[in-house]
Each structure stands twice: as C-alpha cells, then as structure tokens.
Design a protein around this ligand. Structure first.
Ligand SMILES: [Zn+2]
Length: 289
C-alpha cells in the first residue's frame, strides 16, 4: 500500500509539474484589463484586433492598410507603437483607449520611423502631452527628407480615386517626437525605454531610421515597415530604402532576437504572424532587382 501511495504521489507531482510549467509559459502573472474577443471597427478604415491578451493591432486603411500596436504593460501603462496615418484616426483610437482603460492611464508612444504611416497621428498625442519616443535619426529624417518623402507619397496618390487621401497628406504636418533616443546612422544600438520594453536599431533598412520594438514578457516584436507580411510579393515602397543594408539589418535582428524569444511579429502592413516573417522578408531580396 505504501508503495502504491508513493507511486501516486510521484505521478501527481509529475502531472502538476508539467501543467505548472505550461501555465507559466502561456499565462501572465497579471491580468490585462481589456479582452477583445472579436475585431472592433472604429470607422470604415480603422480596426482593432487582439492577437494576444492585452496586445492589440490597430489597422488604418488610408488608403493602404498600415499597422500600429497597443500593448498594456504590467505597470498598467499603455504602450502605443506607431500611430494611424492621420490625427483624426489617432483621436478615435485615443477615445477608445480612454473609454476602455480609463482616462488616467499613462500612454507611451514610440515612432519607428519618419513616414506618415509611423507618425501621422503625432499631433493628437503631442497635444495630449503624451511622451513620444523615437530615434534621433528619425528627427533628422523629418528635417532633411520629410518633404521629399511627402512628394513621393503624393506621387502614388495621383489617381482621382485617391483625391481625399492626396488632399489629407498634402496638408498633414510633421509633428516631431519629444523624447529622442541618441543613435547614429547605420550603427546598431538598442535601449530600454521602460521595464521590459526595448527599442532596437539594427542599421538602415526600409528607411534610414526604422527601429523595431521588443516587449519581453509578451514575446512581441513590432517589426514595422522593415518587416513584410507573409502575403507580400515584394518589398513595397523602396524609394527611401538602403537595399544593401536592409537584409543585413534583418540578419542582425535575427541574431539579437531568437525564435524562442519571439511569439508574435507585427509588420508595418498586413497580417501579424510569427518569427517566420523575418525569414520571409529576407527571401524577398532574392527576387528583388
Ligand atoms: Zn510603411
């Protein structure tokens, strides 16, 4: 009888040991405030979709779908990476945040580049006094290349069907980030801006200044415009890209963040996915000219 009880204890220890481990891997030690069981549309162009409890992709189609990301942090702050393309859309998301999380939450914004799909909504955030982090290379790019980037963007919107978008982007002003992180063009660098929130600049890529954001406890990597979705057939708009350095930058990123450390990768445009997006983006260089 003693033997049997002993065996039962060992078995139950093994079982609870396994499930204990699994729990640790799959659940957080704290509870995110908002759960989205289905996609939420704030208007015809703007949707919110949860990819992990407390991790919400904001897609703004204006006219092309672009992603920003909301992540509730353990200290209850809301990390917002990039913005919708316009102040109006950004205001709608801000209203939604206030309705769902309350008005007192600290919001921290990170701009991952200087294009309008990264920071077009800054005006609204700056007026709210929200801290907007970015690499200081992004500040230089706004100053030196901002108007040229606008021109290139407007060139893609010449069609009459795009008139509304053309008019918006022709008028949209660049509002600079307020919390610049010291970086040097082409020099790999990473830095924590909050507990467990790291920004990483691997070097030039889709634009000279693109950074990525890694959220440790959620294993989330916001790749932004440097990373393409799995359905992308090409590298998209490469007018501002450094085509030699871009693949090297992705390789550096893969050295820094292993597949083990990354559960979700969010590209600048299109569906979020897994670590496979990094390799798939690299593969697109084989087919590029
Ligand atoms: Zn982009």
């Amino acid at each position: 009888m003693k033997k049997i009880i002993g065996a039962m204890i060992i078995i139950s220890m093994v079982i609870s040991g396994c499930s204990g481990k699994k729990e640790k891997k799959d659940t957080l030690s704290w509870e995110p405030t908002v759960t989205l069981t289905e996609q939420v549309a704030l208007d015809d162009t703007l949707t919110l979709k949860q990819i992990e409890h407390g991790v919400i992709v904001v897609e703004h189609q204006y006219p092309w779908p672009s992603n920003s990301l909301l992540v509730e942090l353990e200290n209850k702050s809301i990390l917002w990476i990039d913005t919708p393309c316009t102040p109006d859309a950004t205001q709608l998301v801000l209203n939604w945040i206030e309705q769902n999380y309350g008005k007192d939450r600290e919001i921290i914004e990170v701009n991952t580049g200087y294009h309008f799909d990264n920071l077009g909504g800054n005006k609204v955030l700056a007026e709210k006094g929200i801290s907007i982090y970015a690499s200081d290379i992004t500040g230089d790019c706004i100053q030196q290349r901002g108007e040229e980037a606008r021109k290139q963007f407007l060139d893609m919107l010449q069609d009459d069907a795009h008139k509304t978008y053309y008019d918006t982007y022709a008028e949209l002003s660049y509002v600079e980030p307020c919390a610049y992180v010291d970086m040097e063009l082409g020099q790999e660098k990473s830095m924590y801006i909050k507990d467990g929130v790291e920004i990483y600049y691997p070097g030039e890529s889709h634009s000279p200044d693109n950074i990525v954001v890694y959220i440790e406890d959620r294993k989330v990597l916001f790749g932004g415009c440097m990373i393409k979705s799995l359905t992308s057939k090409n590298l998209g708009n490469v007018k501002d890209a450094n085509m030699t350095e871009w693949p090297k930058s992705i390789e550096k990123m893969m050295m820094k963040y292993t597949e083990e450390q990354v559960k979700h990768v969010i590209p600048g445009h299109g569906e979020a996915g897994t670590y496979a997006l990094l390799g798939a983006t690299l593969a697109l260089f084989d087919t590029a000219d």
